[in-house]
Design a binder for this molecule. Sequence first.
Ligand code: ASP
Ligand code: MG
Length: 438
Amino acid sequence: MKVLKFGGTSVGSAQRMKNVAKLITGECNIIVLSAMSGTTNSLVEISDYLYKKNPDGANEIINKLTKLYLGHIDELYSTDEYKKKACEYVKLHFDTIRAFTKDLFTMFEEKVILAQGELISTGMMTLYLQECGYKSVLLPALEYMRTDKNAEPDPFYIKDKLLKLLNENKEADLYITQGYICRNAYGEIDNLQRGGSDYSASLIGAAIDAEEIQIWTDIDGMHNNDPRVVANTQPVRYLHFEEAAELAYFGAKILHPTCIQPAKVNNIPVRLLNTMQPEAPGTIVSNELEKGKIKAVAAKDNITAIKIKSGRMLLATGFLRKVFEIFEEYQTPIDMITTSEVGVSVTIDNRKHLDEIVNDLKKFGTVTVDEDMVIVCVVGDLEWDNVGFEARIIQAMKEVPVRMISYGGSNYNVSLLIKAFDKTKALQALSDHLFNHH
Ligand code: ASP
Ligand code: MG
């Protein structure tokens, strides 16, 4: 059995839902759906109005959204019977949302509202498949997807409940389920964070020991550079999980970083596919490593670099600990680090506590801040005893001012920190030197 996940744009209209239906009806697999595109954002907006005690603002969006969905229903189903069923189903969910506009609004109500997008899209798809004559069974994620007291998924609970549900519904042609939503350790409705449907798919794949996890989006796999910035990027056919993790974290938007771990640990290949071009091979992410190859370049924007220079660091012990403790105190993760004997530079992407951090760091040395920076990350099998790849990367950057260089944290990436201003030039130069030089 496989797990196929379709994101918001892939189910973003009635026509797209019909296209997805064609792709999923051949085999008995588990299909994970996101909310239709834009819906979760609207639900966030509704919640925002309710937090601000403005039920009229919330109702306006709810009414708009209801109208939009009634239009989708009209287009999706061909019989009055199913149009009616779908209307009733969708209205029920909008009534749930509306009920919260009258009462005290807290985080608990918000999570219930955020869950409605996936509940609606999966309900609509299940009904559509039934109208087309398939025995499609809806597996309610709220009955098996669960997080523990640390807000981490509970793989034993998930496996146990999901296998039971599958067992009770053996006669199905295929299974539909919600991405993103879950219950927490207290049984309350919760979610796996924005973009969490990929994570759902990976957790489900691990639970059923799937043959493969497919993540369907609207581009043809992971590209070897950012197609929005660089001309002539190509899809990457094979990636190791570690390479995919670096790329996902450093800006390649296609796969959510959390999705990698469960698939990797259970050795289940993840295939990235394109709904607009279903026959294209896409990208396969697995535990196979292609030796000695540089695979791709990704960039992470809005980075701030902080340098702490201190004579006291020379031969001192505990200096780095003191520096890192300040970042920890302000819950600000560090992305990149470089050190010299008299100083250390780090980068952060969360600037919320920048002023306090800088202020506290001044106790330990002279502090310099560089804003509007970009981390460029080159990913591949960069095993340290391979020779030449560092030279090629540096050669590509010969016209670009580089603020930090980091290699050796893993065998899979070299990271460079540059000015945002130089991003296009740097990415293009890396593509030209690393991929297009033949
Ligand atoms: N619908 C959720 C979101 O927009 C989850 C997902 O699409 O992965 O964040
Ligand atoms: Mg998504």
